[in-house]
Design a binder for this molecule. Structure first.
Ligand code: BTN
Length: 257
């Protein structure tokens, strides 16, 4: 069971995670926080669950996480300015904060895979999913859902990228409370970069980015595109180079070609 007291002592933020909701079981932390009827509007609210019944990932893939072993949570962002102008950068701040927290606490080398997977030794250790609800053309609430494999060591199913966890890589049990606090502390620090120094944030992200400079394929819906992963632009879109031309890619699954 997650120890709220030991988490709270290590949390060093002004607003991220200060409104903290803990639940044994829920459909999906993202879906719950986004639901208008729940009246949860406090910026930075964190909802952590021990088990999701309908955890989902990008492209409606199922996100499975063993009960009480991992960190399965969502962060609510209601700050209008961030939601409106910096949607994409929040995605990068989230994956970077997972990577930095793992590096700081366990000295594991992490890699980031565009747009938002965190890898260790070529295996996926965390997935991130941003979702939002809008009123007319205005985004009202945004949630950043993070599934981080911590102490789970058995994984069943078919995966695009083989999964791993911190325990699998370290061979020892990991303190989830300390890890979540470190991650949220880092995320709040990076939010300042999102607002004031976005190019520093992207530089840090790119320094861990797998596949920049490589020949890649990008699957966008049912289309596959090929080229060189040239760079990411300031908004975080992938720039794909093919026959001397650059194409901006907004989303997709990237692999080595
Ligand atoms: C992916 O890799 O496709 C993203 C996975 C995101 C999973 C997290 S777990 C917490 C939050 N609630 C969900 O239903 N999904 C996200």
């Amino acid at each position: 069971m997650f120890n709220l007291e030991s988490f709270d002592i290590k949390l060093n933020t002004d607003f991220i995670g200060r409104n903290f909701i803990y639940t044994e079981e829920i459909d999906s932390t993202n879906t719950y926080l986004l639901n208008k009827t729940n009246k949860i509007n406090v910026d930075g609210t964190v909802l952590l669950t021990e088990k999701q019944i309908k955890g989902h990932g990008r492209k409606d893939r199922i996100w499975y996480s063993a009960k009480e072993q991992n960190l399965t949570f969502s962060i609510l962002i209601t700050n209008k300015k961030l939601i409106k102008d910096k949607f994409n950068l929040l995605n990068f701040a989230a994956s970077l904060s997972v990577a930095i927290a793992i590096e700081n606490l366990y000295q594991l080398r992490t890699e980031l895979k565009w747009p938002n997977d965190v890898l260790v030794n070529g295996k996926k250790i965390a997935g991130i999913l941003l979702e939002s609800i809008s009123q007319g053309s205005k985004i009202e609430k945004l949630v950043i859902g993070i599934g981080l494999n911590v102490n789970q060591v058995m994984f069943q199913g078919n995966f695009n990228i083989p999964p791993t966890s911190i325990k699998t890589e370290l061979n020892e049990n990991v303190d989830r409370e300390r890890l979540l606090a470190e991650l949220l502390n880092t995320f709040e620090e990076l939010l300042e970069k999102v607002e004031k120094y976005p190019s520093d944030l992207m530089k840090d992200w790119k320094s861990r980015c797998r596949l920049i400079g490589e020949k890649i394929s990008v699957v966008e819906d049912d289309k596959t595109k090929y080229g060189i992963f040239d760079d990411l632009d300031d908004d975080g879109y992938l720039l794909l180079k093919n026959k001397g031309k650059i194409e901006k890619i907004h989303f997709g699954d990237v692999s080595l070609a």
